[in-house]
Design a protein around this ligand. Structure first.
Ligand code: 5GP
Ligand code: ZN
Length: 114
């Protein structure tokens, strides 16, 4: 999608600090980090929200989550702890409508979230 911010990052048209990429997902640093480690893991293919996934995407979602875990581990947060979040639509505060998994680590994270 030409007008999608994260499609453009995936395509290399907008710069981002890449953390990981493979044939299914791309991970890059959030531009406004909310924790010492704040990474977004996105599918290469445009999917707008969690609501738009189908059974055919189960492996893709697994890849996203395992990528988050691998990045957390690589940065030394596997044992200390970290959070993964999908925001979906307005009440959850989704602002970019290309599916993304937030990975947050490096500070105590309050619960329940705001
Ligand atoms: P949402 O609120 O949709 O769950 O999260 C969108 C995230 O994208 C926010 O944390 C925001 O800081 C991040 N973001 C917005 N624009 C850009 C950008 O141009 N580059 C990067 N790397 N992150 C962005
Ligand atoms: Zn997109």
């Amino acid at each position: 999608m030409a007008d999608c911010l994260f499609c453009r990052i995936v395509a290399g048209e907008i710069p981002a600090t890449l953390i990981h990429e493979d044939d299914g997902v791309v991970a890059f640093a959030d531009i406004r980090p909310q924790a010492p480690l704040h990474v977004l893991i996105v599918p290469r293919r445009h999917v707008a929200t969690l609501n738009d996934l189908t059974e055919a995407d189960d492996a893709l979602v697994g890849r996203m989550l395992r990528t988050a875990a691998a990045i957390a581990q690589a940065h030394g947060y596997a044992d200390r702890g970290y959070r993964t979040v999908f925001n979906c639509n307005g009440d959850a505060g989704q602002t970019v409508f290309h599916l993304h998994l937030h990975l947050l680590a490096g500070r105590g994270l309050g619960w329940p979230p705001g």
